[in-house]
Write a protein that binds this ligand. Structure first.
Ligand SMILES: Nc1nc2c(ncn2[C@@H]2O[C@H](COP(=O)(O)OP(=O)(O)OP(=O)(O)O)[C@@H](O)[C@H]2O)c(=O)[nH]1
Ligand SMILES: [Mg+2]
Length: 334
């Protein structure tokens, strides 16, 4: 289906242009007032090939007709491989329809950059998590499902804070997993920073009080399955008692449905930022990324390996969006 934009001073004039060019069966996709008058995006429906004529894919199934405009299709295909959802890509495509790029055919050289700019505007980032003197993030709890990299991420963030010259302390609430305390104590010893274990909300409050002169206190927590609804209120109570901001760690290779389940389970805690971990372990980080975008959550960091503190980067919406659309390749082709 070819989409085209028509502009005229009045809506009837614009619709007349549509009819003249696309015929009686024109499909009006969108009408919108513009500073110069009215814009109509319209399409001429193309005949659907008869079922027997449809090409088959290698598995013998019918190839689906594209749901994208021809111009956007190459970018959408790459972004789909990257894992981005149809919802997010449709939002980008809709926004592109209001711009000057030509979506009716592939190859508009302005398209990759514009698409990535639109996508980057949809990715909310939260660089303030690491800002020195940002009171909201002075006491930072790392929360999330089991094994996603909370303790490792805490150590990375603590290492970065230390190298910025901040006075920091580390407290752990994770007394559940065997060796969890020793794991974090080893990191704290390496960095030469105070470390303590809190068993209760009262412990946590007292220890945070002792660390009141620190610029930042990092709090580690026990991994919780999103299906473990019973222990979530305990964690919530502890974090509230400590006045902690929550950074939710989630492995970037997590399927979308599971991501949504995690967000729903952790919502009562208040998710102040999301850190996508193990970005290096997946070929489709876009699936988890899209759920973050769909929920309007702020993304703070990406973790890209096991090395502490090196393997963490502050989330950069522009870079992520360019990677999602493989802009370098697309620009070289245009
Ligand atoms: N490849 C890769 N591995 C990571 C990353 N972050 C953490 N890991 C590894 O993931 C494993 C689990 O990390 P932890 O930090 O112990 O995870 P956790 O969420 O604290 O685990 P629990 O406390 O048991 O819930 C370790 O082997 C880490 O080295 C990452 O960004 N990339
Ligand atoms: Mg841990």
């Amino acid at each position: 289906m070819l989409l085209k934009r028509f502009e005229a001073k009045t809506l009837p004039q614009a619709l007349a242009l549509v009819q003249r060019e696309c015929g009686e069966n024109a499909l009006v996709v969108e009408t919108r007032p513009t500073p110069k008058g009215f814009l109509v995006v319209a399409a001429r429906p193309e005949p659907v090939p008869a079922p027997t004529m449809r090409p088959r894919d290698q598995a013998g199934g019918h190839t689906l007709l594209s749901k994208w405009t021809r111009g956007f299709q190459p970018l959408a295909e790459h972004a789909t491989d990257f894992g981005l959802s149809g919802n997010v890509l449709h939002a980008v495509e809709r926004a592109l329809l209001g711009t000057r790029v030509d979506l009716s055919r592939p190859g508009d050289p302005a398209l990759p950059q514009l698409a990535s700019r639109i996508l980057s505007a949809l990715v909310h980032v939260a660089p303030e998590v690491e800002h020195v003197g940002e009171p909201r993030f002075r006491t930072l709890a790392l929360v999330g499902p089991t094994g996603v990299g909370k303790t490792t991420t805490l150590a990375k963030l603590a290492g970065r804070a230390r190298s910025r010259g901040e006075r920091i302390a580390i407290v752990t609430l994770d007394t559940y997993r065997v060796a969890a305390v020793e794991q974090l104590r080893a990191f704290a010893d390496l960095m030469d920073v105070p470390f303590s274990v809190a068993f209760t909300a009262t412990d946590l409050r007292r220890q945070l009080q002792q660390h009141r002169d620190c610029d930042r206190v990092f709090v580690d927590t026990t991994g919780k399955s999103p299906r473990d609804r019973e222990s979530m209120p305990v964690l919530e109570g502890n974090l509230r008692a400590g006045g902690c901001a929550s950074v939710l760690c989630l492995a970037a290779g997590t399927r979308a449905r599971d991501c949504h389940a995690v967000f729903e389970a952790y919502e009562p805690l208040g998710i102040d930022a999301v850190c996508l971990t193990k970005w290096d372990e997946t070929v489709a980080p876009g699936e988890a990324l899209a759920t973050v975008v769909e929920r309007g959550l702020p993304l703070s960091h990406l973790c890209i390996g096991q090395e502490v503190p090196a393997d963490i980067v502050v989330a950069d919406a522009g870079q992520i969006a360019r990677a999602a659309f493989d802009c370098e390749h697309a620009e070289a082709q245009a």
